[in-house]
Design a protein around this ligand. Structure first.
Ligand code: NAD
Ligand code: MG
Length: 398
């Protein structure tokens, strides 16, 4: 590569919503960034399209068959791109000596090992994959510290908080009274809670302000997404659970706020477009164009805020409870939610039973971990909690 000062970016989950937005931002700055490696799960054609457009040095798929099909598909177009296979491939790419930056945009706990690999290898680690931090907790943060990685939040709320804080992290503790994460309230913000049992996956995925992957769309509808973000904020900013508050802000213009010790409130605003936090993650501490539309406050008219109700969004309130529980409790919460959301998307579970499965798994599955568990123990707990939740899903049907 000698003399080439472009940032080599690994996009994990390149076929997803965040992955696609990342490729869009990268393509706006070919002088600064190179989509150096792209990974997908099993959708061969979608990763093939991304490879044809971005010409990465390497690619990876989750299984041997998909990898072989992708390599053949690319060769037929005259592209010789080595395609790796399996979960370990994500770790190898994320920690590769030629990789400078890693966009962690896999969905779910499946992304944790690659995040840890990137952290240990000291990469610029752009974290969209919030579940990895919810499961990894202190273990994840220790890997970041020991590896000397630069951890940059991509979740819009956490990017907002990060943008409101000075670069010197050692000042954060003294400066912050609390933070306010904003939430859109999702598609069911005004729906009668009594009718929520009947909602369909399509209704739950029809988010008013953002177009996102299906899992996070359901999480937004239950506000479990915000629960995961409360946990994510605890680790990213080193806050106590009571220093994290949540407000519903249906316009999604104020992306979050920092309330300082002196009661000065700093907010970051913009149109709801994930390319803004992605561009900031790529360019920090500089700024580059993102492709987002300008914010038109006059057209908007007003910004409103409301309190989230426990009767409508019971899952949200599990965040603080889980943070106060023993190490691993947040991993149990996440695993149960992943299982329940998947079952809901496959129409094996009612919308309102998502919360029941999560709460019952939390009550029935004890983590039993040390304070700073190795990643292997966290992954084992994740599996155990999944089995517990799966059994509850089956029981709900009968
Ligand atoms: P998505 O479903 O659109 O994309 C997920 C990507 O991960 C795909 O490329 C898929 O191929 C890959 N993938 C899925 N399972 C995998 C596995 N087991 N192994 C390897 N790869 C796998 O999801 P998304 O909306 O892009 O969200 C990605 C992450 O970013 C999630 O953690 C989500 O919470 C977070 N996030 C998303 C948004 C958004 O606007 N979409 C905003 C904030 C945070
Ligand atoms: Mg978010």
């Amino acid at each position: 590569m000698g003399g080439d000062k472009k940032l080599n970016v690994v996009v994990l989950g390149a076929t997803g919503s965040i992955g696609g937005s990342t490729l869009d931002v990268l393509a706006r700055h070919p002088d600064r960034y190179r989509a150096w490696a792209l990974t997908g799960h099993t959708r061969v054609e979608e990763l093939a399209q991304a490879c044809l457009q971005h010409r990465p040095a390497l690619a990876a798929m989750s299984d041997e068959t998909s990898a072989r099909l992708l390599a053949e598909r690319l060769r037929a177009q005259g592209l010789e791109i080595p395609v790796l296979a399996g979960p370990q491939a994500l770790c190898d790419l994320a920690s590769h000596p030629q990789a400078d930056a890693v966009m962690a945009a896999v969905v779910g706990a499946a992304g944790l090992p690659a995040c840890i690999a990137a952290a240990r290898a000291g990469k610029r680690l752009m974290l969209a994959n919030k579940e990895a931090l919810v499961v990894g907790g202190a273990t994840f943060m220790q890997a970041v510290e020991q590896g000397g990685a630069l951890l940059l939040p991509i979740d819009s709320e956490h990017s907002a908080i990060f943008q409101c804080l000075p670069e010197d992290r050692t000042t954060w503790q003294d400066r912050i009274d609390h933070i306010v994460l904003t939430a859109s309230g999702g598609p069911f913000r005004q729906r009668d809670p009594e009718t929520l049992h009947a909602v369909t996956p399509a209704q739950a995925c029809a988010h008013p302000n953002w177009v996102m992957g299906r899992k996070i769309s359901v999480d937004s509808a239950t506000m479990m997404n915000k629960a995961l973000e409360v946990i994510e904020a605890r680790w990213l900013f080193g806050l106590a659970p009571e220093q994290i508050r949540v407000l519903i802000h249906p316009q999604s213009i104020v992306h979050s706020m920092v309330v300082c010790r002196d009661q000065s409130v700093l907010a970051q605003m913009g149109t709801p477009d994930m390319r803004v936090p992605i561009a900031y993650g790529l360019s920090f501490p500089q700024r580059v164009t993102s492709g987002a539309a300008p914010l038109d406050l006059l057209a908007l008219g007003g910004l409103t805020f409301e309190a989230p109700l426990a009767s409508r969004f019971p899952g949200l309130f599990l965040a603080w409870e889980a943070l106060r529980g023993p190490t691993g409790t947040t991993a149990v919460l996440n695993a149960a939610n992943e299982v329940a959301v998947q079952a809901f998307l496959e129409e094996r579970l009612r919308f309102t039973d998502i919360h029941r499965v999560v709460a019952d798994t939390l009550a029935g599955c004890q983590p039993g971990l040390s304070a700073l568990p190795p990643v292997e123990d966290l992954l084992e707990l994740d599996l155990r909690a999944r089995r517990h939740a799966q059994a509850l899903v089956v029981a709900q049907r009968t």
